[in-house]
Design a protein around this ligand. Structure first.
Ligand code: EPU
Length: 442
């Protein structure tokens, strides 16, 4: 039995039970960001020294990434804190570039280790990540980006083998601003010979903090005005020998913050969320305001107070389309759908990032929601109330959204298959209990 590092979620519970219908109230601190922590952990493979990443989330995906790093020979130490976990990664001695299938397949973002391993050892073997419940997730942009940097890539059965005698800087235009492809290219280009320019790079905060961390460790990645306007990212390759250990304080998780904002909107009441990256949540705050919620922010403790409208008179906005940052995030599309299910009027959601991210609609309908999906579009007509049911999580954000629906519904809801939720939420039950919810692991 492989020991995972998670302590907060009960590893042996498979479901979450809640009694909905009561407004929320209370305070909770937002955990460190999953999608920032994973690529920065991967980046540590490039650095021949001990880096400490403070305030990482204690979640399954981070535990899988630890296993993957250890499989390369890197030393990893984990210490638990009140906020999450601090992870020290010492990649002074790397002996392997074959990543174990078990963990590669468990977590799609393992693919970004290709760039880091190529940069560090000139070689990487990883499994081809398969399809995914939120839609097809090809890695063509990752592979063609690495090839442009000089890697030779071929498949052996279901495994991808990448090899490079030497990586060299290149001009790479991404057809779409893929977060993962941008990260993979940054990781490989950081130690390549010469300068790489990525055009149409992703601009998510998880990209900028990866660059910040690498620069702290001696890399030279330049984010000028044109990065913000057109995604032009310049990476001046630094010899491996010039990279050095660096520590980093993880940024808070904007998606977890957004999830709890929609929980308050759906269940009613008023909550204080501490450690909120408000500057990353403008599109979300705009939606909350249009739905009738009110938001106040105090820079002290980065505390965001979110209050649902009186008497739960939530209004639906007519239309929203998910988009790359700073647009409305696809990762909050399901939490919004859950909140919109009992709001007045109707909402049309167009999902522009992933081809199949409406699995939750079926479960919400079982709770009484009126939702029709057609391809990339979902139409939600708000109903007076949802009813508690036994529902099943099919993926991470959809699972969290079912918890939101359960808090808004009358009666008891049980969400099963919560291992999906544990991939990204350190302790959704503990957090929501701090916010006054009647909720427990089962
Ligand atoms: N795409 C391609 N080819 C590629 C790469 C991507 O066609 O080579 C497509 C994808 O299929 C998808 C779109 O481009 O339709 C966007 O994918 P992107 O590469 O931007 O996403 P990702 O890197 O796979 C990260 C987050 C996701 C988040 C997306 C979008 C991590 C570990 N994952 O995924 O987070 O939804 O960016 O912001 O950072 C989550 O946390 O629940 C989650 C799914």
């Amino acid at each position: 039995m492989v020991k995972l590092y998670m302590t907060r979620c009960k590893n042996n519970s498979n479901s979450i039970k809640m009694e909905g219908g009561s407004p929320l109230g209370g305070s909770v601190r937002i955990q460190g960001s999953k999608n920032a922590a994973l690529p920065i952990m991967a980046a540590c493979l490039l650095i021949p020294g001990k880096c400490t990443l403070r305030g990482c989330p204690d979640i399954t995906d981070v535990a899988y990434m630890i296993r993957l790093l250890e499989s390369t020979g890197a030393g990893v130490e984990v210490s638990h804190t009140a906020e999450g976990i601090d992870i020290s990664i010492d990649a002074g001695n790397i002996s392997g570039c074959r990543l174990p299938s078990r963990y590669v397949k468990a977590m799609r973002s393992s693919v970004i280790l290709m760039g880091a391993l190529l940069g560090r050892t000139g070689e990487a073997y990883v499994d081809y990540p398969g399809g995914c419940v939120i839609g097809e997730r090809p890695i063509d942009m990752h592979l063609s980006g690495l090839e442009k940097l000089g890697a030779q890539i071929w498949t052996e059965g279901n495994r991808i083998h990448a090899y490079a005698d030497e990586l060299a800087g290149a001009q790479i235009r991404l057809p779409f601003s893929s977060v993962g492809a941008t990260q993979n290219i940054i990781l490989a280009a950081a130690t390549a010979k010469g300068t790489t320019v990525i055009k149409n790079a992703a601009r998510e905060p998880e990209i900028t903090v990866l660059c910040e961390f690498l620069n702290k460790a001696g890399a030279e990645i330049i984010l000028t005005e044109s990065f913000w306007t057109e995604g032009r990212l310049i990476i001046k390759g630094t010899p491996l020998s010039k990279l050095h250990a660096a520590d980093f304080d993880m940024i808070p998780d904007r998606i977890v913050a957004g999830t709890y904002m929609f929980a308050a909107m759906a269940a009613g009441g008023s909550v204080n969320l501490e450690n909120v990256p408000i500057e990353q949540l403008h599109s979300v705050c705009a939606v909350i305001s249009k739905m009738g919620g009110s938001i106040t922010y105090s820079p002290k403790g980065k505390t965001l107070k979110v209050s649902a409208p009186e008497k739960r008179e939530l209004k639906n906005i007519d239309f929203i389309e998910t988009d790359v940052y700073p647009g409305f995030p696809t990762d909050l599309q399901s939490p919004l759908m859950a909140a919109a299910s009992t709001a007045k009027g109707s909402l049309t959601i167009k999902e522009s990032i992933f081809s199949s991210r409406f699995k939750i609609a079926e479960e919400l309908r079982r709770m009484g929601a009126d939702i029709v999906t057609d391809g990339d579009t979902a139409v939600i007509k708000g109903v007076a109330a949802l009813s508690g049911r036994n529902v099943i999580a099919h993926e991470l954000r959809g699972g969290a959204a079912l918890v939101i629906a359960g808090l808004a519904a009358s009666g008891i809801t049980t969400v099963s298959d919560i291992s999906y939720i544990n991939r990204g939420y350190q302790d959704i039950v503990g957090d929501l209990r701090c916010l006054g919810a009647r909720i427990s692991y089962e």
